[in-house]
Design a protein around this ligand. Structure first.
Ligand SMILES: Nc1ncnc2c1ncn2[C@@H]1O[C@H](COP(=O)(O)OP(=O)(O)O)[C@@H](O)[C@H]1O
Ligand SMILES: [Mg+2]
Length: 252
């Protein structure tokens, strides 16, 4: 479980998040949605300890993120941030190997190498393993970063807009792979998504933020109604509910 208790974040006296009181159960996929600036990345980076909360406490898998030594936390929770993906003269395999740092401190054991190969094959990156990152398309690079996070082999994965730069084929493949990671490997995945239809199709629950506050928590069918969508996004949408999951229709 991930638990936020009275979590706030303030920049220069201006509160951008909270107070958030939220429990995300272990297992499955939770989508974080909401308009730009809603606080999604802020919430995720606090859970991944890339940012400190101004007040409140956050636990991931029972570990207090403010008090747990980094190395222990890094074996429980991994995070793919939205920006600052460095692009250097590294191969895909070398990048994915960084995911093993909490275990190996840079000296990869055979078990670490096996985990790297497994993460690359999970993302369909075998053919790109020896390519340099700066020779890849944005979407290929994005998959390599997700493989790095998977190689960290944590129970909790926090992914901030991992579908960025992916064409529809690779976006669907990524969501199917994450679904498998949740269903077959028992991972708990929190994923920031912009496309509510992807959230509806692949997530078990949807948490919506607006203006720094959690404004809705529920299943896809509870979330995907014209009134909730309007409340969250301030946009008129219809919803089709005649298929396996509800789909928002943006244009009337
Ligand atoms: N380093 C920062 N300094 C000042 N304001 C920030 C900083 N990072 C984020 N913010 C502000 O916090 C709010 C929430 O941002 P963010 O969590 O990135 O939103 P989202 O990911 O939902 O688009 C925004 O208004 C943003 O401008
Ligand atoms: Mg963001």
């Amino acid at each position: 479980m991930i638990s936020f208790t009275d979590v706030t974040k303030t920049y220069d006296g201006h509160r951008v998040l909270g107070p958030v009181n939220l429990e995300i159960p272990a297992g499955g996929i939770t989508a974080l949605v909401g308009p730009n600036g809603a606080g999604k990345s802020t919430l995720l980076t606090i859970a991944g300890r890339l940012a400190d909360a101004t007040t409140g406490s956050t636990t991931v898998g029972g570990l207090d993120v403010a008090k747990t030594p980094s190395r222990d936390l890094a074996r429980t929770v991994s995070i793919l941030r939205q920006e600052n993906h460095f692009i250097t003269r590294l191969t895909v395999r070398e990048l994915v190997g960084f995911g093993r740092f909490p275990y190996s401190q840079g000296r990869l054991t055979p078990a670490d190498r096996a985990a790297v190969e497994e993460a690359m094959s999970f993302l369909g990156l075998e053919a790109l393993a020896d390519r340099q990152l700066d020779e890849l398309s944005g979407g290929q690079r994005q998959r390599a970063y997700v493989a790095m996070v998977l190689a960290q082999d944590t129970d909790y994965l926090l992914l901030d807009e991992p579908l960025n730069n992916l064409d529809v084929k690779h976006a669907v493949a990524m969501m199917q792979q994450l679904r498998r990671a949740a269903d077959e490997l028992g991972k708990t995945i929190i994923i920031v998504l912009h496309d509510v239809n992807f959230a509806s199709a692949y997530a078990d629950r949807i948490v919506a933020l607006r203006g720094g506050e959690v404004v809705h928590v529920g299943t896809p069918s509870e979330f995907m109604t014209p009134s909730v969508l309007h409340d969250v996004f301030d946009t008129e949408m219809d919803v089709r509910s005649d298929g396996p999951y509800p789909l928002a229709v943006y244009f009337r």
